[in-house]
Design a protein around this ligand. Structure first.
Ligand code: UDX
Ligand code: UDX
Length: 433
């Protein structure tokens, strides 16, 4: 099939490369000419494991191309995916102006039947607006269908999540559109659920906000564990063995970040409120998430006494491992707060130094974790990169001014570190002083 992906970002580029790898002819459109030029040279503008090879392979085999020309992309394709950004406004509302603008331009370029697919995460009822906008701007008066096909891609495992999805959700309003979408996804041999458009839009927001709620729940349990002297890692293990609960997304830490959970929860609360339902449950999930960072900051202050002129070593900047993305990363807010209180920051992250350099100032970036530890008054673990779990901790201890580690992602074994002479502070576990 001939597919046009509009918005070659974390979601659009992965989807385009994967659709091409399934044998479709894909053109990726983006308003950012520099990004398109890089993509034409095989340069991927963000870190996503295996994406570069997948893009290069499909470009070489002539199934994947890149352009800034939206109209040409629409004309030559039968299915048009909208995967442009849907950033949060200050009031939590999703900014749908890019979706609206792209919908208008698609309408103006349609000269025969098209299927226009919402791939971006959008609040419920957006499909109605997309249809209305296309109808208003449908200069050639051609038939079209709007479809909702939300993505469930995790950064760092996006290609795997696309190729081996737990389910594919498709909101349709016509048999014709259902038939085409069924054929498109057939090669994945995955569970395919067809719904109306609004239900498909809700499935996305409900799924993401549930995952965020689950994280805030285990973080709340961590707070109780700390107060009573229990171990949240053991509690999570015991809970997770119940198939109805499941072990995933029960990792206590400094909270969730990224370009999805914070934005999607805020947008869901907003649209629910506008529709007449006060989503207090999600507001509490947001509050717990915020407080996790604040409590971690308090632990740092309680350990170091004053922060002014103290040197703090930070391992991990990305919002999670295996990505360079720092959007809404807890690390950013923690570092900003520490700097505001006069602390000097030394930091290392395997992939997110450049993306952090673009948003934070006055950080001394180091080449490796040992350089970070050298001369630092404490070491913070803010992202659970695999390589941080296998450090030579004896060497780290010898480089630190104080043998003090605050582990925001519980990657170390408290007893082991205590026996090595560290003061170890984690999340939801008794401090091993
Ligand atoms: C974004 C949304 O944040 C997410 O909620 C949605 O599910 C998919 O799109 P992501 O791919 O991470 O996720 O966004 P981003 O990496 O910012 O990519 C968006 C792309 O759209 C950018 O490359 C931007 O240049 C492009 N874009 C944006 C257009 O091509 N045209 C526009 O009008 C606006
Ligand atoms: C998420 C959803 O998982 C994905 O389905 C959706 O399409 C986009 O949003 P992503 O944001 O890329 O994906 O990462 P994810 O792995 O879900 O982690 C999100 C945040 O939650 C990260 O900051 C991570 O550190 C945090 N997290 C995750 C926890 O704090 N504890 C956990 O147990 C799991």
């Amino acid at each position: 099939m001939k597919i046009c992906i509009i918005g070659a970002g974390h979601v659009g580029l992965v989807s385009g490369a994967c659709f091409a790898d399934l044998g479709n002819e894909v053109v990726c459109v983006d308003v950012d000419g520099e990004k398109i030029n890089k993509l034409r040279k095989g340069i991927i503008p963000f870190f996503e494991p295996e994406l570069e090879e997948l893009v290069k392979k499909n470009v070489k085999e002539g199934r994947l191309s890149f352009t800034t020309g939206l109209e040409e992309g629409v004309k030559e394709s039968g299915i048009i995916f909208i995967s442009v950004g849907t950033p949060s406004r200050d009031n939590g509302e999703a900014d749908l102006s890019y979706v609206e603008d792209v919908s208008k331009r698609i309408a103006g370029a349609m000269e025969e039947y098209k299927i226009v697919v919402e791939k971006s995460t959008v609040p419920v009822k957006t499909g109605e607006w997309v249809r209305r906008t296309i109808k208003l701007n449908n200069v050639h008066g051609v038939d079209f269908d709007v479809v909702s096909n939300p993505e469930f891609l995790r950064e760092g495992s996006a290609i795997y999540d696309f190729m081996y999805p737990d389910r594919i959700v498709v909101g349709v309003e016509s048999e014709r559109a259902e038939k085409v979408m069924r054929e498109l996804y057939e090669p994945l041999k995955a569970s395919l659920i067809f719904t109306d458009i609004k239900s498909a839009e809700i499935i996305k927001h409900a799924s993401n906000s549930f995952l965020a709620l689950k994280i805030s729940y285990i973080n709340a349990i961590a707070n109780v564990c700390e107060l009573v002297g229990a171990d949240v890692e053991k509690v999570a293990e015991g809970m997770g063995l119940d198939k109805r609960i499941g072990r995933s997304f029960l990792k206590a830490g400094i909270g969730y970040g990224g370009s999805c959970f914070p934005k999607d929860i805020a947008a869901f609360i907003k649209i629910a409120g506008e529709s007449g339902y006060d989503f207090e449950l999600l507001r509490v999930a947001e509050k717990v998430n915020r407080e996790q960072r604040e409590q971690f900051l308090k632990k740092i202050k309680d350990s170091l006494w004053t922060l002014n002129n103290k040197t703090i070593g930070v391992l991990g900047l990305a919002f999670k491992p295996d990505t360079d993305d720092v959007r809404e990363a807890p690390s950013l807010k923690i570092i900003e707060q520490l700097q505001a209180e006069g602390a000097k920051i030394k930091a290392f992250d395997p992939a997110a130094i450049e993306t952090t350099r673009a948003v934070l100032k006055d950080i001394e970036y180091c080449a490796d974790p040992y350089e970070v530890a050298e001369g630092s008054d404490c070491l913070l673990i803010l992202t659970e990169w695999e390589q941080f779990k296998n450090l030579d901790l004896k060497r780290i201890k010898s480089l630190l001014n104080n043998p003090l580690i605050l582990d925001g992602r519980n990657i170390y074994n408290p007893r082991e570190l205590k026996n090595m002479g560290f003061t170890y502070i984690g999340i939801g576990i008794k401090p091993e002083i």
